[in-house]
Design a protein around this ligand. Structure first.
Ligand SMILES: [Zn+2]
Length: 345
């Protein structure tokens, strides 16, 4: 089959590749429709590695996917041929202790699409366990279905944050994950979200998504804006979604006494935060690594219209132009959020 293969750092090819995929009794075969380009896909392309995960052999990219079921294993009961679906890209070891505890996202042995050495899904079809394949509600498009993967990260962050209705939230960083975290915060009961970034076009997009106040931190201080708007109290929840080590070091500044900071972005360098800034507020710090049990909730919110991710899909490419799509994503203009690739259908 034709696939988008990362041959090595900096070299992509749309070429034939042979994959042996047999359909087990609990699997489905899916014709891929839409695949979103994630920051991690771009990072493997430009840097050849993310931390300990190093591209040592040609690997198909892409893990944010939706499609149509074309074949169903003999023991599958909740899916049929023709169902429109999206897929959870990480498969844990069902017997690992983390998985048995329900924390399958932090199983150290999890096999995740487009994380070396596991192939991704920028290809015509894939065989996947039915248990990790979810039907799209009527009215939810394939493009939105492919947004469930990043949205699930925001949903995981909201669950870890334990929102109380009426909470005020801050989201640091208006990239795709910051945007979906803001949407999930509002759907989860937050009254208002402040979102910060240095790129004004991203903030302009965020401001249109709901009761979201943009804060351009190249011009004003996030903590000042939040304190001015909350009579000096601060925000109940601060979601660090930038992955920037300096922004992350300031995570306690806009937080209220007794508040919670949630580390969502993955900083590539150590973060030097003053522990006393946490102590004087008795702040709780929690963190997120991918997600567990979030796909059904994310799809329910998309299906009911409580969350709308359509404004975040800002550019689409055809599969034949996949390399061009990645070059665009690697140097993405700030008015873009999510680039998706559509396979022939
Ligand atoms: Zn992703």
């Amino acid at each position: 089959m034709q696939a988008l293969v990362l041959e090595e750092k900096g070299r992509l090819a749309l070429r034939d590749i042979t994959l042996e995929e047999t359909l087990g009794p609990r699997d489905v075969r899916i014709k891929i429709h839409t695949v979103g380009i994630c920051g991690s896909d771009v990072h493997y392309y430009t840097h050849g590695r993310i931390g300990p995960y190093i591209v040592r052999a040609p690997m198909i990219l892409g893990h944010e996917a939706s499609g149509t079921v074309t074949e169903v294993g003999s023991q599958v009961i909740h899916l049929r041929t023709g169902d429109r679906v999206c897929m959870e890209p990480g498969l844990p070891d069902p017997n690992h202790r983390t998985t048995r505890l329900g924390l399958y996202n932090i199983d150290p042995g999890v096999r995740f699409w487009a994380t070396p050495p596991v192939h991704g899904v920028l290809r015509p079809s894939v065989v996947h366990p039915a248990d990790f394949t979810f039907k799209l509600p009527d009215g939810v498009s394939y493009g939105e279905g492919a947004m469930v993967e990043p949205l699930a990260v925001g949903m995981q962050a909201e669950c870890k944050a334990r929102i109380t209705p009426g909470d005020i939230a801050v989201v640091i960083g208006a990239g795709p994950i910051g945007m979906v975290t803001a949407l999930a915060a509002l759907a989860g009961g937050c009254a208002r979200v402040f979102i910060s970034d240095v790129q004004q076009p991203k903030l302009d997009i965020a401001a249109k998504l709901g009761p979201i106040t943009p804060v351009n931190v190249s011009r004003e201080k996030l903590a000042d804006v939040v304190h001015a708007a909350t009579d000096g109290w601060g925000a109940d929840l601060v979601f660090e979604c930038s992955g920037d080590e300096r922004a992350a070091a300031g995570v306690f500044d806009p937080l209220c006494p007794g508040g919670t900071a949630i580390m969502v972005g993955i900083p590539l360098k150590p973060v030097a935060w003053e522990v006393i800034n946490q102590q004087v507020k008795e702040a709780t710090v929690t963190s997120v690594f991918r997600y567990a049990h979030q796909y059904p909730r994310a799809l329910a919110l998309l299906g009911s219209g409580k969350i709308n991710v359509k404004p975040l899909i800002t550019r689409r490419y055809a599969f034949k132009d996949s390399v061009e799509a990645f070059d665009f994503a690697a140097h993405m203009p700030p008015e873009h959020v999510k680039v998706q690739i559509e396979l022939p259908h």
